[in-house]
Design a protein around this ligand. Structure first.
Ligand SMILES: [Zn+2]
Length: 100
């Protein structure tokens, strides 16, 4: 039980995966939305695969907005997308190493 990893669902494709394979996007107290690289930030969160396709799909369908119950402007999305790809690139390195 000590090694149990919480399972989360990608809001774009519906894939269930352990928390570490998904990326958390969180809505802060001020209504701004950002990528939660630590997975520990307070606030309403939504999970998406570490995959640009899923991010794009969630953006197009406005899934982030309905899940996080917040309006996200195009500029905020662009910033979010940039954070997302940065975190994806960073975790891709670490994940492939400790994945086995
Ligand atoms: Zn997905």
């Amino acid at each position: 039980m000590a090694t149990h990893t919480p399972i989360r669902t990608c809001i774009a494709c519906g894939t269930k995966s352990d928390k570490r394979s998904l990326l958390r996007v969180v809505r802060g107290a001020d209504g701004s939305v950002c990528v939660d690289a630590s997975g520990k930030a307070a606030g309403r969160g939504a999970y998406v695969c570490k995959n640009a396709k899923c991010f794009e799909a969630a953006r197009k369908k406005r899934t982030f907005e309905s899940k996080l119950r917040v309006k996200i402007s195009a500029a905020a999305y662009d910033r979010l997308e940039e954070e997302f790809s940065t975190v994806c690139a960073e975790s891709a390195n670490t994940c492939s190493r400790d994945g086995e």
